[in-house]
Design a protein around this ligand. Structure first.
Ligand SMILES: Cc1ncc(COP(=O)(O)O)c(C=O)c1O
Length: 379
């Protein structure tokens, strides 16, 4: 019989390194993952509620949820006793309209992570091969492996861009899925529409191309959503967790050709039932809160300029970011970066590439970023 502890241990393998570095720094290296979780997970909720803690680790919205969404959520709480047949329709219609698509192009879920999971399960039905960039947001990789898929992991090119040429060259007869995160997490690099369009046109239609646009709203680039009716093998995922501040409320959606959406729904017993009425009501209102959206985007740009300038002043290498975080080098950092984060009560990212030379910092408010530089780059 599989023990619960083993399952937890497996599930946490990927997050283990991150947890070690984000919360404890080098001290955590002496703890096993389970010891670590036992000792520290309860503290996570304390940290969350501690006003002094600065959260620069999950690319969340530093302004929280939009006031209009909050109001709608509060009002809708009294509907919580009923199965929803009302909000889901409005939400689907609104998302379709926003993206100039039809309702049958849209699939909603409680966060885009679940859609990445669903798409992975769908493409894995007949087994095969997937192509993923590295580093990227490949949260679905263990599921694909568990379901018997093989994979090609393609490192970023020397400009730290997703290497579309190598991805294309890695296509095999049994390739079922290619994942592109645009802008990419953790680098923030953005592939142009032209680059992706050319790539899509060059890939056989039998291969599903999944474009994760979790951060596209932070760019001036048009979503690829308008291409889903042209290319049946294209599926786009979007999230409400970033721009709209719904990371805890949970809402994401996918855009695809009606046939693709219909097939994905076959893997769900009741599509959309995992999303609460409160979240749906909030999301409907959030899309109309233009004042909040402008405030978030404006802050993000100003804070990004400030952050880039501070890194530049210190001679720290960064990758130009089109998202709400910045990828930078720890190469010349003096001291223990993660210990300093912990001492300053700042939650930061994990390490990536070149034996951990690179890391990511989410963009908070201007005050939070000023504090980050004051405390972490003292000299
Ligand atoms: C690129 C990318 N895709 C998807 C997600 C998952 O978002 P959600 O909260 O909608 O599950 C994240 C979360 O950080 C992300 O960075």
């Amino acid at each position: 019989m599989v023990k619960f502890g083993e399952i937890i241990s497996d599930m946490t393998t990927n997050r283990r390194d991150w947890l070690k570095t984000a919360f404890l720094g080098s001290a955590a290296l002496t703890l096993s993952p389970l010891e670590f979780l036992a000792k520290n997970t309860p503290n996570f909720s304390e940290l969350k509620n501690d006003e002094k803690t600065i959260r620069l680790c999950f690319n969340e919205n530093p302004f929280g949820v939009s006031p209009k969404a909050l109001e709608a959520m509060q009002k809708s709480m009294s509907f919580s006793s009923m199965y929803d047949f009302k909000f889901s329709d409005v939400l689907g219609e609104k998302l379709a309209e926003k993206n100039q698509l039809k309702k049958d192009n849209i699939l909603v879920s409680a966060g885009s992570s679940f859609l990445l999971e669903l798409i992975t399960k769908y493409v894995s039905l007949d087994k095969g091969h997937l192509i993923i960039p590295n580093p990227s947001f490949t949260i679905f990789e263990p599921i694909a492996e568990f379901l018997g898929m093989s994979k090609s992991v393609i490192p970023l090119n020397d400009q730290k861009k997703i290497d579309l040429v190598k991805m294309k060259n890695s296509i095999r007869k049994d390739t079922k899925l290619i994942y592109i995160c645009n802008p990419n997490n953790p680098t923030g690099d953005l592939l142009s529409r032209q680059e992706i369009e050319t790539f899509i046109q060059s890939v056989p239609e039998s291969i599903t191309i999944l474009v994760d646009e979790a951060y596209i709203e932070f760019t001036n680039q048009r979503s690829l959503g308008d291409w889903v009716n042209l290319h049946r093998n294209l599926i786009i995922t979007r999230t409400f967790s970033k721009l709209y501040g719904f990371a805890g409320a949970r809402l994401g959606y996918a855009m695809g050709h009606p046939k693709m959406i219909k097939n994905l729904k076959k893997l769900q017993s009741w599509n959309g039932a995992e999303i609460s009425v409160v979240t749906m009501a909030g999301a409907i209102a959030a899309m109309d809160d233009q004042e909040f959206i402008s405030k978030v985007l404006d802050n993000n740009q100003k804070v990004k300029n400030f952050t880039n300038a501070e890194f530049l002043k210190r001679g720290i290498k960064t990758i130009p970011s089109s998202a709400n975080f910045v990828y930078f080098s720890l190469e010349n950092y003096k001291g223990d970066y993660f210990k300093n984060l912990k001492d300053a009560k700042i939650l930061g990212g994990k390490t990536y590439e070149e034996k951990g030379k690179w890391t990511r910092i989410s963009l908070g408010t201007m005050e939070e970023m000023k504090r980050y530089f004051e405390l972490i780059y003292k000299s």
